[in-house]
Ligand binder design. Structure first.
Ligand SMILES: [Zn+2]
Ligand SMILES: [Zn+2]
Length: 291
């Protein structure tokens, strides 16, 4: 009985682990599908409206831009999840342990500076930033580039989708700021279940809402990580306000995104080898917390 219960628990735990990834994938593809529909079928939304008629070339440019962003999001996310930032299989050096080295009792090994144990991944992670719950993977030394590029394309994609969906808001609010239109924008699910709106109106309102909320959420993550990148800090180091590893703006970009930091964000296929090994770091400031 106990073994059945533990098996069920393990399966549920595994499902919960992948649930955010499945949900994210569903949302990303739904938003791209809706925006593609707006561009190719409903641009402009209503034929009687006096708006610029989109030429086939203009529609094609829009569609190509959308699929470029979608491709980059998926590819970076895939590489982010596939590239393990952990200490597994990494030779951590000889017996000489310098400042900042610690002993991890769970992994039973000495770990280098900026490395810390993740209780979700159950392993120590090199230059650990944080555990990303949306992808079920830690952000660390080797996969930071993919994480940031994915975040950048999610941010730009959501900004684009929000602007494209501005027309949806206009159409919904065209009848005036009524209780019905406000409720449709605020609680589209309840409006659908109670039969107040059609499935089509619900789908447009839901995706338009998701774009706005997603954009605000991703913006805060993206700009926070840009700020940390410029300062040469990880999220953990930001908590203690230490900047002992900062190498200046260009040095930080170089050591975090790799040799081709200025172009590598454009496509995950562009090789951009990291100059360091994730074990030894140049110390430029005090390792003691400043507050
Ligand atoms: Zn550990
Ligand atoms: Zn983790």
């Amino acid at each position: 009985m106990t073994s059945i219960a533990s098996k069920v628990f393990c399966r549920v735990e595994k499902m919960c682990h992948y649930l955010p990834v499945v949900l994210n994938t569903f949302l990303v593809f739904s938003i791209t599908g809706e925006v593609s529909y707006l561009v190719s079928v409903e641009a402009p939304l209503e034929p009687d409206q006096k708006k610029t008629q989109w030429s086939s070339r203009w529609k094609l440019i829009h569609l190509l831009a959308q699929y470029f962003m979608l491709g980059n999001i998926c590819w970076n996310a895939l590489l982010f999840m596939k590239t393990s930032p952990s200490i597994k299989g990494v030779f951590l050096g000889g017996e000489v342990l310098g400042q900042g080295w610690r002993y991890c009792y769970t992994c039973e090994t000495h770990t280098p500076p900026r490395c810390s144990h993740c209780y979700d991944c159950k392993v120590c992670v090199l230059r650990r930033d944080h555990h990303c719950v949306f992808f079920g993977q830690c952000v660390g030394f080797r996969n930071y580039r993919y994480f940031l590029s994915c975040l950048f394309f999610m941010w730009s994609g959501l900004l684009y989708a929000t602007l494209m969906n501005a027309e949806v808001f206009i159409v919904i609010l065209k009848e005036g700021v009524t209780v019905h239109s406000i409720l449709l924008l605020l609680i589209p699910w309840i409006m659908l279940v109670s039969g107040q709106v059609s499935a089509r109106a619900f789908a447009f309102a839901f995706i338009a809402d998701t774009c706005v909320v997603g954009f605000l959420l991703v913006s805060s993550f993206f700009f926070f990580h840009l700020y940390l990148l410029f300062r040469g800090q990880t999220t953990r180091e930001w908590y203690s306000s230490r900047r002992p590893y900062s190498l200046g703006l260009f040095g930080n970009l170089h050591h975090t995104l790799g040799l081709r930091w200025y172009i590598c964000w454009l496509c995950p296929l562009i090789p951009s080898p990291l100059p360091g090994d994730g074990i030894n770091f140049q110390v430029t400031g005090s390792l003691e917390p400043s507050r």
